[in-house]
Write a protein that binds this ligand. Structure first.
Ligand SMILES: [Zn+2]
Length: 208
């Protein structure tokens, strides 16, 4: 006989009545969560009370298990993420501003005067993100989002992502003209740099 009862702090707890069980026992694992085994003659209510009485201890063990589980899977710890975010905020917005300046300059020196804007690479705001899905993105409001994990890539690859996103300010798609523009700013190495970038996707898999 068993029953799953939700707990406010722990989440679902599986209570199992076992033949031969003579006392209430709590087992905690990162994978299976919290399980309570109890003798047949103990009510589920009593077992819940037992959990409440030992709540601090259970939460402590659960947290420790989760942390070591995360470390085993190679996931970033909370401290590591804080450190990455700190470094990202220090470096990426400044680097983006730097490249926007360079690209504006290059365009204005090569344009024949028919450009729709003098400074087509000016963006609105920059946001530093922590996500698994992309290294960067560019919104219709001309905001640029940069993945904070870019700071752990070789410099030429984080620069490449920044250039890619800046080029979306001019072409909002991945069409021919877009790639031509990106290529003009990275010495014709777009394909090569894209391939190198894919080798670093494992960094994004480490986000818990
Ligand atoms: Zn893109």
């Amino acid at each position: 006989m068993q029953k799953i009862i939700a707990h406010l702090q722990i989440g679902d707890i599986l209570y199992v009545k076992r033949i031969g069980s003579r006392s209430i026992r709590v087992s905690v694992s990162a994978r299976k969560g919290v399980r309570v085994s109890l003798p047949f003659w103990v009510t589920y209510g009593k077992a819940q009370q037992f959990v409440e009485t030992n709540l601090d201890k259970i939460l402590r063990v659960l947290e420790r298990q989760m942390q070591s589980g995360a470390a085993q899977k190679g996931l970033y710890s909370a401290e590591e993420l804080l450190d990455i975010r700190r470094r990202a905020k220090e470096y990426l917005p400044a680097r983006l501003a730097y490249w926007a300046g360079i690209l504006n300059e290059k365009i204005s020196s090569s344009a024949s005067g028919s450009a729709s804007s003098d400074r087509p690479f000016d963006y609105s705001r920059v946001f530093i993100k922590n996500n698994r899905t992309n290294w960067g993105s560019c919104s219709a409001k001309r905001n640029i989002n940069l993945n904070m994990h870019l700071v752990d890539l070789p410099g030429e690859l984080s620069d490449f992502v920044i250039i890619h996103e800046l080029c979306h300010l001019v072409h909002r798609n991945h069409g021919k003209e877009f790639h031509k523009l990106v290529n003009s700013f990275c010495g014709g190495r777009e394909k090569e740099l894209s391939a190198s970038l894919r080798k670093y996707s494992h960094l994004l898999q480490r986000i818990p």
